[in-house]
Design a protein around this ligand. Sequence first.
Ligand SMILES: CC(C)(COP(=O)(O)OP(=O)(O)OC[C@H]1O[C@@H](n2cnc3c(N)ncnc32)[C@H](O)[C@@H]1OP(=O)(O)O)[C@@H](O)C(=O)NCCC(=O)NCCS
Length: 352
Amino acid sequence: MRRTEFEMSPALARALLAELPVVHLASTLDDGTPVLRTVNSVVVDDWIGFHSAPNGEKTGLVGRPAVLQAEEEVATVPSTFFDGEKACPATAYYRSVQVHGVIEAITDPANKARVLQALMEKLQPAGGYLPITADHPHYRGPVNGLLVAGIRLERITGKAKLAQNRKPPEIAALLTSLWRRGEPGDPRALELIRAANPDAPTPPFLAAPAGATLYAWLPPAAAADAAGLLVDEYWNAGTFTRDELTRAHAGGSPWVGARDATGRLVASARAISDGGKLAWIYDVIVAPAWRGRGLGQAVTRLILDHPGVRGARRVMLGTRDAHSLYERFGFVDRAALPPRRFPTTEMILIRD
Ligand SMILES: CC(C)(COP(=O)(O)OP(=O)(O)OC[C@H]1O[C@@H](n2cnc3c(N)ncnc32)[C@H](O)[C@@H]1OP(=O)(O)O)[C@@H](O)C(=O)NCCC(=O)NCCS
């Protein structure tokens, strides 16, 4: 690989390969014909495995050298993020992984069944079927009949081009530019770039109270932690379950938070927004040990500035007692507003 600063460890490359949904397989048939296929694949032990009909084209690839690749574009950035005149700095940030090896048929029925079951768990996580085993009457025939093949993960390389070639102040400026641009993937992109460049200074919009780090985007895996902070608060207790709160956070709407020095989630705020007419801020929470140190204001400021929220003309939130906190940001009690021009009755469907 040409630039070592973009290189991933084999362990990270393997994790990325397991995570990315689309994998391409390139090889040649015996007569030299090139073949490129997209495969449903799964990482099992030290293999990446896939399957096909026994008389399909992939059977002709067994024993052939091959390369597998999966990739994701994290963000494309315009030249103007770095330079006011030159086109050259325009670039794409991405993560990719490649595996080189030989395609081998997996013949042991128990191992074939394991690969097929792992594929099911990846592609149909909701279940709803009997687990695949080599000797179950449902599966004996298909397990024997299908081609299950794989490539050993011995030569795996990963590349994460996430601005590691930029100087720390340039990275802070890049994070700010992504936040200001605010395209749908930009909050995630800026957090991936930030994680890849831990020495970059924190840009002003992510300034946090001492000991805490603010995040403009959180991974779905953090949703259960947010639910844990929220489940006993007065507006959720006895009404919403931990599972419902987890789903509410993992659903992809604007969500920001803060972690302590150990990486524990200690504050969170989310919003539902159409980005233009109305946003509703929900579930602002600071872990009890962290209250009174400015974190509540920090996550409120950040969620109000979130690209999905900042363009909304009206922002609503409901609170029993934290009025003065929100008044600082311009919130006013709705009862104090003049009557609306077109009085309406608000309708609500509660599924309790
Ligand atoms: C409300 C909450 C988010 C504030 O977070 P925080 O990190 O303690 O807040 P900050 O330190 O940033 O700011 C607190 C300021 O807001 C004011 N405030 C107003 N109502 C408050 C309340 N109910 N709780 C805490 N602070 C409140 C404080 O007076 C304080 O002002 P000061 O800086 O002049 O002393 C936090 O206390 C919390 O999670 N409480 C339980 C959940 C909750 O009530 N959420 C609001 C409903 S959406």
